[in-house]
Design a protein around this ligand. Structure first.
Ligand SMILES: [Zn+2]
Length: 139
C-alpha cells in the first residue's frame, strides 16, 4: 500500500490537478485519458476494489461521481459520459486502489470503446441458469 500511486496523490506526494475534493474523496484527471475530460474519482482511504471498499467510502465516491459528472456535462457538453469501474487485473485494473472513471464523449469525438461491450443476444436457458447461480450465492 505504501507504493500505491493513488495514496501518494491523496498525500500530495505525486502531483495531480484537483477537480473535486471532500472529506472522503478526490477527483482528478486520468493522465492517460481516453477522451478529453476523462476523470477519476477515488476514496482517500485505500481500498483495492469493490470487493473490499467500506460502504461509507463507496457511497461517498459515488456521490462525488455524480457531482463531477454534472460538472463535466456543464464544462464540456459531451453527448454522453461512460462511468467505468474495474475490479481486478484480469479486467485491466492497473492501479489497485478503487477508482471510478468518468469518460465523456464529445459530439465530434470517436465512439468510446469502453461503452461498446460487444453485447449479443443471450441463450435464455443459459441466462437463467447463471442468474440462479449468482442469486443463490448472495449472502
Ligand atoms: Zn491506495
Amino acid at each position: 500500500m505504501e507504493e500505491c500511486t493513488f495514496c501518494k496523490i491523496v498525500k500530495g506526494e505525486i502531483p495531480s490537478f484537483k477537480i473535486y475534493e471532500d472529506e472522503y474523496t478526490l477527483a482528478f484527471p486520468d493522465i492517460n485519458p481516453v477522451s478529453e475530460g476523462h476523470t477519476l474519482v477515488i476514496p482517500k482511504r485505500h481500498s483495492e476494489n469493490l470487493f473490499e471498499i467500506p460502504a461509507e467510502d463507496l457511497i461517498a465516491v459515488h456521490q462525488a461521481t455524480q457531482i463531477v459528472i454534472h460538472a463535466i456535462q456543464n464544462a464540456l457538453n459531451p453527448i454522453g459520459v461512460a462511468v467505468v469501474q474495474l475490479n481486478g487485473k484480469g479486467v485491466n485494473q492497473i492501479i489497485m486502489h478503487y477508482h471510478v472513471h468518468l469518460v465523456p464523449r464529445a459530439a465530434d469525438g470517436p465512439p468510446l470503446v469502453v461503452s461498446d461491450m460487444g453485447a449479443k443476444q443471450a441463450n435464455m436457458d443459459s441466462l437463467k441458469q447463471t442468474a440462479d447461480k449468482i442469486a443463490a450465492a448472495i449472502k
